[in-house]
Design a protein. Structure first.
Length: 54
Protein backbone atom coordinates (compact mmCIF):
# COMPACT_ATOMS: atom_id res chain seq x y z
CA UNK A 1 0.00 0.00 0.00
CA UNK A 2 2.59 2.54 1.10
CA UNK A 3 4.96 1.50 -1.69
CA UNK A 4 2.22 2.03 -4.29
CA UNK A 5 1.44 5.47 -2.84
CA UNK A 6 5.10 6.43 -3.06
CA UNK A 7 5.26 5.26 -6.69
CA UNK A 8 2.20 7.27 -7.70
CA UNK A 9 3.59 10.34 -5.92
CA UNK A 10 6.87 9.93 -7.80
CA UNK A 11 4.98 9.53 -11.10
CA UNK A 12 3.01 12.71 -10.41
CA UNK A 13 6.22 14.59 -9.61
CA UNK A 14 7.83 13.39 -12.85
CA UNK A 15 4.75 14.42 -14.84
CA UNK A 16 4.69 17.85 -13.16
CA UNK A 17 8.39 18.37 -13.88
CA UNK A 18 7.88 17.38 -17.52
CA UNK A 19 4.97 19.83 -17.82
CA UNK A 20 7.08 22.62 -16.30
CA UNK A 21 9.93 21.91 -18.72
CA UNK A 22 7.51 21.91 -21.68
CA UNK A 23 5.94 25.20 -20.62
CA UNK A 24 9.41 26.72 -20.24
CA UNK A 25 10.27 25.60 -23.77
CA UNK A 26 7.08 27.19 -25.12
CA UNK A 27 7.91 30.45 -23.31
CA UNK A 28 11.42 30.60 -24.75
CA UNK A 29 10.08 29.80 -28.25
CA UNK A 30 7.50 32.58 -27.91
CA UNK A 31 10.21 34.99 -26.72
CA UNK A 32 12.37 34.08 -29.73
CA UNK A 33 9.44 34.64 -32.09
CA UNK A 34 8.63 38.05 -30.61
CA UNK A 35 12.32 38.97 -30.76
CA UNK A 36 12.43 38.03 -34.47
CA UNK A 37 9.26 39.97 -35.18
CA UNK A 38 10.46 43.04 -33.27
CA UNK A 39 13.70 42.90 -35.27
CA UNK A 40 11.79 42.64 -38.56
CA UNK A 41 9.32 45.46 -37.86
CA UNK A 42 11.94 48.29 -37.77
CA UNK A 43 13.57 46.94 -40.96
CA UNK A 44 10.28 46.89 -42.86
CA UNK A 45 9.40 50.31 -41.47
CA UNK A 46 12.70 51.69 -42.80
CA UNK A 47 12.15 50.01 -46.20
CA UNK A 48 8.65 51.44 -46.46
CA UNK A 49 9.64 54.90 -45.20
CA UNK A 50 12.73 55.37 -47.38
CA UNK A 51 10.96 55.41 -50.79
CA UNK A 52 8.40 57.84 -49.40
CA UNK A 53 11.11 60.13 -47.98
CA UNK A 54 13.08 60.37 -51.24
Amino acid sequence: MKREERETKREREIEREAMEKESRVYVTEAEQMTARVSRLIPMTAVKVASPVAT
